[in-house]
Design a protein around this ligand. Structure first.
Ligand SMILES: [Zn+2]
Length: 321
């Protein structure tokens, strides 16, 4: 009898204070909230719909997610080897839409994720209020669908974008973005800056902050941006390889001490913040010792972890996540 009374006095999980539950859920990975915590009982299911849990979605941990959208490039982890249950990315994106009810302002993908047009269509339909997005893409099959997704993100202000393919550039995709997201102020590119990309970037009238950290940069394109963007305040060209075109149509690599680069430094004096590293920078050594493209045919976790770390890191805090 005494034991029974003592048992009845123990608080029940389902009676736990709702705010306390919400604070705990905020510290969990989104997959654990969607597939785990929200399925415990009705009280936890309701708590999992608190909008503040979904303001920032960070899919940085791929332990729970299977990436198999491109059959020729299998997902990085072997689904049969892990004990933890894993879910398809698209399944998770659909669930995020249901739980967040458009409350998401920031959405960050892992650098090793292949986000395709169908994935973008799901999140742009369900999460139209995104203001900050970190998006890695590979080959775009349907540019109209890609543009249609970005047409829903009228309030997008900060974009961190990468295209991890060997023989392609980001120019077509970024043109579609620039035409639809006129309020972009802050952009980080993980692709080569050439004249064509610079011409598209210059069409964004409100651009204030740019980062080309760890990329290949053509000097003429960079000068054209600095001179052409009237509202540009901050520029990060740390750990870049600088190039100029030669007469034979080839390209020449330049050192940071080169005269043309010094001219750019003079031109950048109109900027409030400017980042450029020195020629003996240890981060440069690390970055350029790694191949630029993830190798999806192997499970090289050191490689993918290195690039995911670079993806989330920047000398400007606006690009960190
Ligand atoms: Zn460096």
């Amino acid at each position: 009898m005494e034991h029974q009374e003592r048992f009845e006095n123990i608080p029940k999980w389902e009676d736990m204070d709702r705010d306390m539950l919400v604070n705990i859920f905020k510290k969990l990975h989104v997959v654990d909230v969607i597939m785990g915590a929200s399925r415990v009982c009705i009280a936890w299911f309701l708590a999992a719909h608190n909008k503040t849990i979904w303001n920032t979605i960070n899919l940085n941990d791929l332990d729970s997610i299977v990436l198999d959208d491109n059959p020729s490039k299998p997902h990085l982890q072997d689904i049969n080897n892990g004990e933890k249950h894993r879910y398809h990315l698209r399944e998770i994106l659909n669930e995020i839409n249901k739980f967040s009810r458009a409350a998401t302002f920031e959405f960050f993908f892992n650098a090793n994720t292949n986000v395709v047009e169908e994935d973008l269509a799901i999140i742009s339909n369900g999460l139209p209020n995104i203001r900050k997005l970190a998006l890695p893409i590979q080959k775009t099959q349907n540019l109209n669908s890609f543009a249609s997704s970005f047409s829903k993100w009228k309030n997008l202000q900060t974009l961190i974008i990468a295209k991890f393919t060997e023989d392609d550039d980001l120019n077509h995709e970024f043109k579609a973005i620039a035409e639809n997201c006129r309020n972009l102020t802050t952009i980080k590119f993980t692709c080569t800056l050439d004249m064509e990309l610079a011409t598209i970037i210059k069409k964004l009238p409100n651009l204030e902050r740019l980062s080309f950290r760890c990329t290949s940069v053509f000097i003429r394109a960079l000068m054209s941006l600095i001179l052409g963007l009237q509202n540009l305040k901050s520029l990060n060209i740390s750990h870049c390889i600088f190039r100029k075109r030669c007469n034979n149509n080839g390209t020449l690599r330049m050192l940071p001490e080169d005269k043309s680069l010094m001219q750019i430094i003079l031109d950048t004096q109109k900027l409030e913040t400017f980042k450029l590293c020195c020629s003996d920078c240890t981060t440069c050594l690390d970055v350029w010792n790694h191949t630029r493209l993830p190798d999806y045919s192997t499970s090289d976790s050191a490689f993918s972890n290195f690039w995911d770390k670079q993806w989330k890191t920047d000398e400007f805090k606006e690009f960190e996540f």
